[in-house]
Design a protein around this ligand. Sequence first.
Ligand code: ZN
Length: 445
Amino acid sequence: MFTNLGAKIPKGALLVGPPGTGKTLLAKAMAGESNVPFLSISGSDFIEMFVGVGPARVRDLFSQARKMAPCIVFIDEIDAVGRARGKGGFGGGNDERENTLNQLLVEMDGFDTQKGVVVLAGTNRADILDSALLRPGRFDRQINIDNPDIKGRFEIFQVHLKGLRLSDPIEAIAQRMASLTPGFSGADIANICNEAALIAARQRAKSVAEKHFELAVDRVIGGLEKKNKVMSMEEKKTVAYHEAGHAVAGWFLEHADPLLKVSIVPRGKAALGYAQYLPKDLSLHTQDQLNDMMCMALGGRAAEEIFFKSVTTGASDDLNRVSKIAYTQIAQMGMSKKIGQVSFPSEGDSQFYKPYSDETAKLIDDEVRDLIEQMYTRTKGLLLEHREKVETVGELLLSKEVITTKDVVEAIGERPFEMPTSYKEITESAWQRDESTSVMADIPP
Ligand code: ZN
């Protein structure tokens, strides 16, 4: 069709996105739409212990594709073979991978576009791919596939809910669930729907209801609930106050993500309870937002220090997050006056080589420590100011184990800042839909 008009079909496109966002599905759908055969292979299939197998597999794949043309070839996890070649010189044993990559490049150059073989490749690390792969005539187009936003999740839920026997109208459940699952991928959503059906079946329910979906979310987020894990009262209290510290800090920080739900029920993956907050569907953050995010993450440890005079190891995840945000601000976003408007690669990118002097490295470390110290002081001040509220929320968590926004509003009053738009959308829609059953319906917009 394109060639009739004299247009050249693009040879290759890269589908870039985190795992579970449906890159394979999209490639398959493209083949289905255009009614052509679909060949799929994973990049890791090329890599074998035996020398010469990889390049041979690439040759086979493309000769098969040429026979079946027009067709679509999909190479998933292309980074397994397509990582940048020979950087740093510490490779060792990568020859097989490089030979495979070279063969792939040769094959892609070898067929002319009129034949109608389109090669798609999936990856979540487009940044580490060899630049030769991205040159014109190879994978010169990038299609970004991200985790869906609330509207996307609403639509995905509707697709996966179709096969289930539901207690409520499909739109109602899809809307409610879309609001509870920020940051979830399409695969996670499929997982939740399946899990909800299993839970309903186990409870011998006649249809799958909202409570089953909520249990399914908890399960997908936190791994299986550990009923038999014993936590001493003292431990439980520490965890409750730690989580209350996060919640109250977020409540009084204008730019922090508002809380959806906090639980201190021990679970497999998240050893000591978890909190679910509503991240804005945003990729641009201001410095104020980043600072508030840091303070909120520090809220747990600050609460421990205020109420127990000692800190536990439970905050290591938080501190990890805080250091990451601080390093990003200072070394990559040019947000530090002393370092200036520079952006250095993040630590993962160059393991052996830092593109700055030792003095700069020290300056960055000092600035990061200063910033974190500053934010910790700010957080502690904030929590001391609202000391009773932390206590109220902490005690509430101790007695109920799971609390939501509604409980927090009842316990310590409204959040003094306007909720972000996406959050308002959710609460407003919940408000209109069902006032009696929806937890969030009780928060005035
Ligand atoms: Zn924490």
